[in-house]
Design a protein around this ligand. Structure first.
Ligand code: ZN
Length: 420
């Protein structure tokens, strides 16, 4: 991705640098050739050259661009799981994915990790974003997801004579798991997304306490992926699935819903980050009925919500790491609502806003493995910056309101917000 040239100074705002330290009032950030060269009290800032561009934060907040750690660019706000795979041809879903990426950037998300994609769309979307063809977050792609035969994502019964043609690679046994990862290597993905467990969405055969892959399959995925310098994550709700994933060497966990003490010990020993994606559960409970969600599914989401909130609190209290990502792309949880996840963690889970912002910036960058370049506003980092008109720590909901964004910058280039 191309960075800016020359100098830009951002001032007249409170700096939240993403590291979790207290905010700096009356701050300035200086950007030179796309990288931060100073971030701190305005009084201590080096003098700017006369031709420097200036951004006035209007007494608001200067913070790192947000990281969406569980992003599905090809999930196009579907109301039924089946629509994730075969509703539209790849040509159309590619256009929808580009629109979702643009929206995410406009919502202040300057980096994102894909949590799985129809076909290989996210790999090529990343190329288009990096080359400036279409705007979007810096994107780490996952390509197709891996699930055991008969598991959560294997929803077409055999009489239909269609498999999972676009979204999922179905595997039976460690050999097929290895083969699926080897296919992804050739497709150019960075993350291998798997389904160790079921979900409240499938109460009959694959609910949130069932397993969808064996430990042997998961271990084969990790061994193969790590050999090729790829990372592995997985949809982990059931307690046994969480432990399988940690013992198999997963790099992150999605959801991490039902953690007992033993799972927490395993997690802490490995310092594995977890992306709970919890607002999804609340949205399912509140809005699911509008879209025909049945009572048993809603009840499962209620149990998942409480289990997930409790686990998230435990993980942070133990000194673990949470990333913020929301699984957006369902009818009840559409693209564009990404920052509702942050509000939810403050108001429902009960975390303080500064901690939630650290999770949504620095921890997100650590999950991506990009912490040397993004996630905080410190000298040397790429200038991925969000400037908000208002005090985000006093009201986290400001991040849900794009009309309050003065600037969304990537590498010092203003890409969205009022100044774009
Ligand atoms: Zn997901």
């Amino acid at each position: 991705m191309k960075s800016a040239t020359g100098t830009t100074t951002l001032s007249n705002g409170t700096l939240i640098d993403g590291t979790g330290v207290p905010p700096v009032p009356s701050a300035a950030v200086v950007v030179t050739d796309g990288r931060v060269t100073y971030a701190g009290p305005a009084k201590g800032a080096p003098p700017a050259p006369p031709d420097a561009r200036r951004i006035d934060a209007n007494g608001g907040t200067i913070m790192p661009g947000l990281v969406e750690a569980h992003f599905h660019p090809t999930y196009f706000n579907v109301a039924a799981l089946e629509d994730l795979d075969v509703k539209y041809p790849v040509e159309y879903v590619t256009l929808l994915a580009a629109a979702n990426a643009r929206l995410a950037l406009e919502c202040g998300y300057t980096s994102a990790r894909s949590g799985g994609s129809l076909f290989n769309i996210d790999v090529w979307l990343r190329k288009a974003i990096d080359e400036g063809v279409t705007p979007g977050p810096r994107l780490s792609p996952s390509g197709r997801e891996i699930c055991g035969v008969g598991g959560l994502m294997d929803w077409n019964p055999d009489f239909r004579k269609i498999g999972m043609e676009g979204l999922v690679l179905l595997v039976n046994g460690p050999d097929e798991a290895r083969a699926a990862v080897r296919k992804l290597v050739k497709d150019g993905v960075e993350w291998v997304k798997t389904y160790p467990t079921g979900d409240a969405a499938a109460p009959d055969t694959n609910d949130h306490h069932t397993l969808c892959m064996t430990f042997e399959e998961m271990h084969a995925v990790v061994r193969t992926a790590h050999n090729h310098r790829m990372k592995v994550t997985g949809h982990c709700r059931a307690n046994a699935g969480i432990k399988n994933a940690l013992r198999a060497g997963y790099d992150t966990l999605e959801h991490g819903t039902f953690m007992d003490d033993e799972a927490l010990d395993l997690l802490m020993a490995r310092n594995t980050p977890v992306v709970p994606a919890l607002y999804f559960e609340q949205a399912s409970i509140e809005r699911g009925p509008e879209f025909g969600m049945g009572t048993r599914v809603i009840d499962g989401h209620k149990e998942t919500l409480e289990g997930g909130a409790e686990s998230a609190r435990k993980i942070l209290a133990a000194g673990g790491r949470l990333g913020m990502g929301g699984d957006y792309g369902f009818a009840w949880n559409p693209h564009g609502d990404y920052a509702r996840e942050l509000t939810f963690f403050v108001h429902y889970v009960g975390l303080d806003p500064l901690t939630v912002l650290k999770c949504a910036t620095r921890t997100g960058a650590e999950i991506l493995g990009w912490e040397k370049d993004v996630g905080t506003l410190e000298a040397g980092k790429l200038a991925d910056v969000l400037v908000v008109d208002g005090d985000v720590l006093a009201d986290i909901r400001l991040l849900e309101d794009r009309s309050r964004f003065i600037a969304v910058m990537q590498g010092g280039v203003v890409k969205a917000g009022k100044m774009a």
